[in-house]
Design a protein around this ligand. Sequence first.
Ligand SMILES: Nc1ncnc2c1ncn2[C@@H]1O[C@H](COP(=O)(O)OP(=O)(O)OP(=O)(O)O)[C@@H](O)[C@H]1O
Length: 489
Amino acid sequence: MLNVKNLTAGYEAKPILKNVSFDVKKGEFFGIAGPNGCGKTTLLKSLTHLIKKENGEIILDGKPIEKYSAKDFAKKAAVLPQMSPQTFSYTVKETVALGRYAHKRGLFHTWTEHDEQIVQSVMEQTGVRHLESAQISECSGGEQQRIFLAQALAQEPEILLLDEPTNHLDLSFQKELMDLLKQWTLERKLTVISIFHDLNLASLYCDRILLMENGEVMAVDAPKKVLKEELIEEVYNTSIQKQAHPSVAKPQMLLVPEYIEKNQSPEINDSFLTIGESHLVIQSPMPLKTLSSGVTGAGLGWHRSFMIRRVPPEYSHLNYQEEMANYLIENDFDPMETVGFMTAVNLEDAAYHLYRASAFSVFILVTAGTANAIDASKHEDFRDEYLSPGTINTWIFVNGKLSEEAFIQGIVTATEAKVKVMQDEEIIDPTTGTTATGTSTDSISIAATQSGEEHPFAGTMTALGQMISRGVYECTRKAVHNYRKRISN
Ligand SMILES: Nc1ncnc2c1ncn2[C@@H]1O[C@H](COP(=O)(O)OP(=O)(O)OP(=O)(O)O)[C@@H](O)[C@H]1O
């Protein structure tokens, strides 16, 4: 659809674009990104022939753009420029109707039913129909943005060029506009070329992103190939962290504020622990990055409070997550910030210990009941009765900085250590009569202060992994002893 080859362009005596080359396919959603002043708008202006190139080629549908008359070009391509204050005043409908100009012939233009249909339809789709009689100067920035988009769409272009289209839009209109454009690329094969400052939005919607720096192309590729930490940090000259979008397989780039990076956090140990009759709690002075299987706060997140709540052995609740959240609120904990676990064992039997190395430390806490002991390798054996109390809850607090791999490896390491306790303590699965590997409702949480020494890994060959396995082994064994002692009395 569009082929740009060795484009060099700029302003009088000021070359901006240097040897820019890329192709855009029909129906593609193509993003242009890069730091302020790198030449994004200049590139868009070159593509629409608003500034003359010094060198190179811009071919639109097989024909150099300078060979198009203004009207023929407008039938092919529509432009949504960066928003600027409106000095003239048309009504909204008049403004949108101007988009039909490219399709008129001769001096006296007649307004056809088809024109009216198109204008009504694009006003509907961009959500400005209710404003059709309003003066455009009286519309808000976001409304004006949508009105000019409607004008561009009324042109029925094959290619739409946009300069930061979401600039004035609130979150819901950003999403609506992007969804609408994406839908047009997929269903009508509209080609969209858009400048983005928001890399995350570009990642979600673009098929490919052209990343620029100082008028040059740094990368043109799929979002996952362009949005790489090192490349973005280098081009934007700032620190960035990449992470996956929680529900779409697209990368998201997150800023890392300097003041947080420099924060030093206190060591998490038993001075933050309180054990009551109905719950035990670690209350951290700052949020900890956590991976857990808690009843609340499950998955990866940041949490300040960690609770193991004692419930009666017969506890059964259809909506136990909501019930737990209510319990947290009643006890002045924020369910959003709390990793909440349950157990039926006596909380005084929890075993905990702080393990220190020279540059980091790990605080482990385990509660254990083994009545529901189970041999995970004998999954085929029928069991449906719930014996109680019977859960092993494992908490690992790392005073250090963990990578995501280390979080996962920490859980693997802890699980291996727990299984070894089951063997060494000869805990038997009552259904199969074989050695158990855990209980049927075990839960685990690993939390880290994310300051201090960095730990890329936490397998059993690393110092951190060895500390976790030793700590979980010792604390689980002690918690099992405490539990056995209590039930034997
Ligand atoms: N009309 C002009 N005359 C001379 N120089 C200009 C003109 N317009 C822009 N420039 C310069 O060209 C360079 C690139 O500007 P351009 O607007 O293309 O960057 P951009 O990447 O779109 O920036 P931003 O992200 O800030 O919108 C800048 O140094 C700018 O000062």
